[in-house]
Design a protein around this ligand. Sequence first.
Ligand SMILES: NC(=O)c1ccc[n+]([C@@H]2O[C@H](COP(=O)([O-])OP(=O)(O)OC[C@H]3O[C@@H](n4cnc5c(N)ncnc54)[C@H](O)[C@@H]3O)[C@@H](O)[C@H]2O)c1
Ligand SMILES: O=C(O)C[C@H](O)C(=O)O
Length: 342
Amino acid sequence: MRTSILRSAALKSTRLLRRSYASDSTPERKIAILGAAGGIGQPLSLLMKLNPLVSQLALYDIAGTPGVAADVSHINTRSQVAGYAGEDELGKALEGADVVIIPAGVPRKPGMTRDDLFKINAGIVKSLCTAIAKHCPHALVNMISNPVNSTVPIAAEVFKKAGTYDEKRLFGVTTLDVVRAKTFYAGKANVPVEVVNVPVVGGHAGITILPLFSQATPKSNSLSHDDIVALTKRTQDGGTEVVEAKAGKGSATLSMAYAGALFADACLKGLNGVPDVVECSYVQSTVTEVPVFASKVRLGRNGVEEVLGLGPMSDFEKEGLEKLIPELKASIEKGVNFANQS
Ligand SMILES: NC(=O)c1ccc[n+]([C@@H]2O[C@H](COP(=O)([O-])OP(=O)(O)OC[C@H]3O[C@@H](n4cnc5c(N)ncnc54)[C@H](O)[C@@H]3O)[C@@H](O)[C@H]2O)c1
Ligand SMILES: O=C(O)C[C@H](O)C(=O)O
């Protein structure tokens, strides 16, 4: 009897020690999700609640967030969850945030391009970024709202105007393109998906999405040129494949939440000083002639630590790069002009 009491006391104190060690060594990190009640926002809120690197989770939307927050808050993981609804509560949601993830805005319907979302989403992104500049100017911003090729430049211009722009802290989330490229490559090359790596560069719309299958690992000798062309097209059209399958009920939400959670986790690891965290992202860049470009990025304590180059490319990829530059340039200019005119 006495032995079992002693044993249970010892166990309790070991657990307490472990808990205090975990909180001592894992920094407090606040994540804010803007658009948290939406198709992406809800599963992304769930996945961020499961992330042990998060200590506070602020869920913001124009409506519906109290319910999402109450629901997610019952999960017995580290972070404290709070819901914020409506513009009056946006400041509170953002205050002290280390990372702000933005999946706010309308999704595509069949027949639409991502650029068709510009009219509505450009204004949403502009107003949210104005609030970020005011309430958490040092946060890392993970932009998911489409058209990403233009919404990232809009955010950059808003931050420049507010005097808070730091190119190391603004990211277009292109992780879903990488997730898709890995999945499609693994299927075709018949290699285990969990060990596959494929960089995807350029932007996040149609031909601006350029997967570099020539750099894919593990290498496969069984893929023909036609296979690579087909894999490239499928990756570029991955979003449209989902939009058509959902037949008017929106675009990718679950795979996007997964990809958004992966990227936010990489940002948190970088902030916490974990070495060698590398992900593809659409960031300010000198890798090509376009000022914003997706490529591999090393993440660190201040966000972007290093924008990595393109590496060796096949002739087919070089052609793809040449073709995407004018479209990407035009999308960037459209964003810059919108931010500066309106
Ligand atoms: N980067 C990517 O790879 C990627 C992938 C999938 C979707 N997307 C984009 O993400 C966006 C969201 O997609 P979804 O399927 O979640 O759409 P959704 O309509 O299901 O959800 C969007 C949410 O944004 C909210 N919202 C609207 N205006 C807002 C504002 N001013 N402030 C805060 N919240 C606001 C809405 O209330 C809604 O809850 C779309 O623009 C979509 O194209 C990007
Ligand atoms: O395709 C879309 O409209 C959504 C997103 O950009 C995607 O790639 O799934």
